[in-house]
Design a protein around this ligand. Structure first.
Ligand code: SF4
Length: 358
């Protein structure tokens, strides 16, 4: 899922675990997943099943799968996927990282188990290093989101981003990691940009997996960047780790703020990220020009969110994109272009009205 492999690799590498990382998601991953999944299941199920088959082909006999026991189907996925893999003839065990219950302690227990009972000091040090890599990758991505729409030479920020992720992945110690991060942040700061540009600001929200996994969301953030749009995304794995993995003794976090915003329209968790999707629309209605809502086809939490969004009193144009193996990227791009076109006209109209008032 996105760049999650970077911190995972760092932890496993530091602990000397024999690991394989499945290839980057591709059409083959999706085809494999769709072929062996029940048809009505959501795209995260299909993509992760495809990942699992690809990992098994590379020789993996144990799979670590993040997941929880929340309200949506995700909590039951690994059992079904394990059954499918066994039916396909793979002798494989799935360990679900059920972080929603024991959070950090649960995660530590699992790392101890897969690292053949490594000492706690070593486990904590490896975990800390993985977190540092995760934070570095996310920090760079946030800057890339700002540079993309205003760069003078299209593609510069994307190239730097790809190289930065690789360099962070290859960093073996804190000194190298620090140097690499500073180097790429510096390079991004010096990308030639159009100083006059005032890009449209579009939020990207929706279900966690599709928001963070570029292949399943048709690489929407890069495509918006090409259209001169600055993307704002609240969901980053580093943020999720901070709020979901560690106990939060003070009870204050970004999620609470989003839930509070959604409360007048939705008073409880409905599974997945539906509650957050509604909250983000309400919270950022004044700040963003528009919102892209990514929803896997058949995902009940996002279907509920999609139906609530038009009736909030906080107004902002929302484009819901259903992600599924049946949807072609060309169709999504056409809708994106039309959406951005409408937002530009809206902004022009608002600017004209302001001029008339002055
Ligand atoms: S939130 Fe929706 S898409 Fe995500 S796992 Fe649950 S049902 Fe599937």
């Amino acid at each position: 899922m996105g760049n999650l492999y970077v911190p995972c690799r760092a932890v496993l590498e530091q602990l000397g675990v024999d690991y394989v990382i499945p290839p980057v998601n591709s059409q083959r991953t999706l085809s494999l997943g769709s072929r062996y999944s029940p048809e009505g299941l959501c795209i995260p199920f299909k993509m992760t099943l495809g990942n699992m088959i690809e990992a098994a082909e590379l020789g993996a006999n144990t799979l670590l799968v993040p997941g929880g026991y929340g309200i949506c189907r995700l909590g039951y996925y690994t059992r079904v996927q394990e059954q499918i893999l066994h039916n396909l003839g793979y002798d494989i065990e799935i360990i679900q990282l059920g972080v929603s219950e024991r959070k950090f302690l649960g995660m530590m227990d699992i790392i101890k188990r897969v690292s053949n009972d490594s000492p706690w000091r070593r486990i904590l040090s490896a975990f800390r290093f993985g977190l540092s890599k995760l934070n570095a990758v996310d920090q760079i991505e946030r800057i890339v989101q700002k540079v993309r729409p205003v760069e003078l030479i299209p593609g510069t920020a994307n190239q730097l981003y790809t190289r930065a992720v690789q360099a962070i992945d290859n960093a073996d110690d804190y000194d190298t990691l620090k140097r690499v991060k500073a180097d790429y942040l510096g390079q991004l700061k010096h990308v030639a940009i159009n100083e006059q540009a005032r890009p449209l600001i579009v939020g990207v929200t929706g279900e966690f997996y599709v928001v963070l996994e570029p292949f399943s969301s048709f690489d929407i953030e890069r495509e918006l960047g090409k259209l001169g749009v600055e993307v704002r995304r609240a969901t980053f794995i580093s943020g999720w780790t901070k709020f979901s993995l560690f106990l939060n003794p003070f009870g204050i976090n970004e999620k609470s703020r989003i839930h509070k915003a959604a409360y007048p329209y939705l008073k409880r968790d409905i599974g997945g990220d539906g509650w957050e999707s509604v909250g983000e629309k309400v919270l950022h209605a004044k700040e963003y020009d528009g919102l892209i809502h990514l929803a896997p086809f058949t995902c009940m939490p996002e279907i509920i969110a999609e139906n609530i969004m038009p009736s909030t009193k906080e107004q902002m144009p929302v484009l819901t994109i259903l992600c599924d193996e049946q949807i072609a990227k060309a169709g999504v791009l056409t809708r994106l272009e039309a959406f951005v076109d409408l937002l530009e006209r809206k902004r022009r109209k608002q600017n004209d009205q302001l001029r008339v008032t002055v």
